[in-house]
Design a protein around this ligand. Structure first.
Ligand code: M6R
Length: 606
């Protein structure tokens, strides 16, 4: 999705903004642009395509400037083109605006402005904002923007500069994330903290309705009633190295390789002296009041939720429902004050998840967020928040966020199971050390990555395939299939192994790759039968299973072995080679792995 960077300080503005935009590339974009106040005027430079194109077009142009705004656009209104890229000037070029979100009443506003003689130069909704600022300008840019945003319906994070106010950078947010970075003699705005890590780690997260004015040495924030407000200053622990490739060819590979470490950190944050502690989230009294759990999320986070459901049911013996966030609100879920609804979101900004969270709150449920981003909107909206320790996840394809989310789910299930008394002390300790031991095993699976490259060689020329599994393995199949689709563009489908024969088996023909996940001991024989069914129709079988499973090896054309573990926890291991398989297939196909087509890292529209 779109990205915003803004700067006010002493010189170097062009460089700082371009660098910030580059760190936001991972969010997905199709054009970029920059606006600077230079020598008394606003200059806007923008280009469709990669940021390099923008850089080329302004290389050598000298724009001395202390204030500017930049943007990476992911088209919604109007095709990706130079003219539709942000920033957008007002007609008289006194104002420039960058905007994330959607202005829902832009057509009416545009008609009104056209009626007044304004000429528009783009097809975007955003341009109404810069034109309105020109139209309503009263000499005070903060006051003008305050009045303008009252006329906007929809969602926005905006950065605004005015040529007559070279000492003032204005920004505002409504349903779209925006942070202010606090520097020394300089200040910043960004839609995502990773754009600021090089310059500062101290930030204010704006809240809905906030508007702020940044000067070189000060930041003032006002709420929607024009009252000065102080937002809590947050210190971001993420390092710049975590947000850079550190020698890896792609972020996705780096993030897959980081998993043993980040799972360990997530584990250690919650486990002390062999005891799991979530007392900040749920006490015994609170858990007694809960009779139902919902888990709600999108994409990969939803798949982590499916594993969470499995863990809650198996370990804590709780009734759990899992739903995709975009459906949750419309399914009339049976929730009340006795329901705990857990929202899973790496970014903490996904609109569908946020909307579902608001719905659950109106129904008085206890809401808990599992997220990776401190201070994100979802973390602030939920009653309670559990942070994963994945660190910045830059690749569009989510990997380490997923495994840290499932770490949380297993620990949380064990914690609740113990509180409820449905699990013995002995079992509790056994499971806890099983999870601890998983870390080393994840590393072992990663060490085997060379073998996965061979299988990727086979897959890269295929156009379709299947992932199948039973029980927990089916949930892994869903995630593995999503990963393969999003980064390799190979159409795959995930099926419960037993379901394939009820229709879809018609698609199996000679050479169709069928990737089988088979770790659930009580289901192994049935999995072998399912393999035979598709093999008999010509499928090429790639199996992920435990290293000692000779029956599986025998029926497979290619076998990826996992170190032994209790099959309750096998999801930690089986997903790793499948993440690697997607990665290698994508890179062998020459795809831009970290930024696959049509996708955005953080999906901030419903
Ligand atoms: O930031 P979130 O976890 O809320 O994002 C949810 C999905 O958009 C995300 O997991 C998406 O499915 C990933 N691209 C998958 O790799």
């Amino acid at each position: 999705m779109c990205g915003i960077v803004g700067y006010i300080g002493r010189g170097n503005t062009k460089k700082i903004i371009l660098q910030g935009l580059k760190t936001l590339e991972y969010r997905g974009y199709d054009s970029s642009g920059i606006a600077l106040i230079s020598k008394g005027n606003i200059v806007v430079e923008k280009k469709a395509g990669r940021i390099e194109k923008l850089e080329e077009s302004i290389a050598g142009k000298d724009y001395p400037s202390d204030i500017g705004i930049g943007h990476t656009r992911w088209a919604t209104h109007g095709v990706p083109s130079d003219k539709n890229s942000h920033p957008h000037y007002s007609m008289d070029k006194s104002v420039a605006v960058v905007h994330n979100g959607i202005i829902e009443n832009y057509q009416n506003l545009r008609k009104e402005l056209v009626g007044k003689g304004f000429i528009f130069s783009s097809d975007t909704d955003t341009e109404v904002i810069s034109q309105l600022i020109q139209d309503m300008y009263n000499g005070d840019i903060l006051d003008t923007v305050e009045k303008v945003i009252k006329r906007l319906e929809g969602s926005y994070a905006i950065g605004v500069i005015h040529k007559d106010h070279p000492n003032e950078l204005i920004c505002a947010r409504e349903h779209s994330p925006l942070v202010i970075g606090i520097g020394n003699g300089e200040n910043f705005i960004a839609s995502d903290v990773s754009a600021l890590l090089k310059y500062t780690k101290d930030v204010y997260y704006l809240e809905d309705g906030d508007i702020a004015t940044l000067k070189i040495g000060s930041v003032e924030i006002f709420d929607r009633d024009k009252k000065t407000v102080s937002r809590e200053k947050k210190h971001i622990e993420w390092s710049l190295e975590q947000a850079t490739k550190c020698g890896y060819p792609h972020f996705m590979l780096k993030e897959i390789f980081e998993q043993p470490q980040v799972i360990k950190e997530t584990f250690e944050k919650r486990v002390h002296n062999k005891k799991i502690d979530f007392s900040d989230i749920l006490t015994y009294e609170e858990i007694k009041n809960i009779n139902k759990i919902y888990i709600v999320a999108c994409g990969t986070a939803y798949h982590a939720g499916l594993q969470g459901q499995f863990a809650f049911q198996k370990i804590a013996k709780l009734e759990v429902f899992t739903d995709v966030a975009s459906e949750f609100r419309y399914s009339d879920p049976f929730i009340d004050e006795k329901t705990m609804v857990i929202f899973v979101s790496q970014s903490g900004e996904t609109s569908d998840t946020l909307a579902a969270l608001k719905e659950a709150k109106t129904k008085k449920a206890l809401t808990v967020a599992i997220t990776n981003v401190v201070g994100s909107t979802i973390s602030r909206e939920a009653h309670k928040v559990i942070y994963t320790m994945a660190g910045p996840e830059i690749a569009v394809a989510s990997t380490k966020a997923y495994t840290t989310q499932i770490t949380i789910f297993y620990l949380f299930s064990l914690y609740i199971g113990k509180l409820k008394g449905v699990i013995s002390d002995e079992k509790y300790q056994e499971y806890l050390s099983d999870i601890e031991n998983i870390l080393e095993k994840v590393q072992k699976v990663i060490n085997n990555h060379e073998k996965i490259k061979f299988i990727a060689e086979y897959l890269k020329d295929k156009t379709n395939g299947f992932f199948i599994g039973r029980g927990l393995d089916y949930k892994i199949a869903l995630e593995a299939s999503l990963k393969m689709k999003e980064v390799s563009y190979i159409h795959t489908e995930a099926f419960a192994s037993g379901e394939l024969k009820h229709g879809t088996i018609a698609l199996i023909e000679s050479g169709t790759p069928v990737i089988v996940i088979a770790t659930q001991k009580n289901l192994l024989d049935k999995s072998v039968s399912n393999i035979k069914e598709v093999k008999a129709r010509g499928a090429y079988i790639i199996t992920v299973g435990f290293e000692n499973d000779e029956n599986l090896k025998e029926v497979s054309d290619s076998f990826i072995s996992l170190p032994l573990c209790d099959d309750l926890f096998s999801g930690f291991l089986s997903i790793i080679p499948l993440q690697l398989l997607s990665y290698y297939t994508s890179s062998l196909k020459g795809i831009d792995v970290d930024k696959p087509r049509n996708l955005a890292k953080s999906v901030t529209v419903e």
